[in-house]
Design a protein around this ligand. Sequence first.
Ligand code: ZN
Length: 64
Amino acid sequence: MASAWFGPCPHCKTPLSYLEGVTGSRVNPLCPSCRVVITTSRATFLMPDHSRPSPRTKSETTAR
Ligand SMILES: [Zn+2]
């Protein structure tokens, strides 16, 4: 059964979506940002989490 949760990459802190039990998931997925293996207890597929804009992006937009 597929499930998903959100959390930062333990290496580069990029917001990621952890999709468990989906097609292509594995227990040692690569971070899509820093390409470092993230070991998980369940088969997981990693995706960049673009659903939550970071405060830094917002401040840069304001500065411009
Ligand atoms: Zn990373």
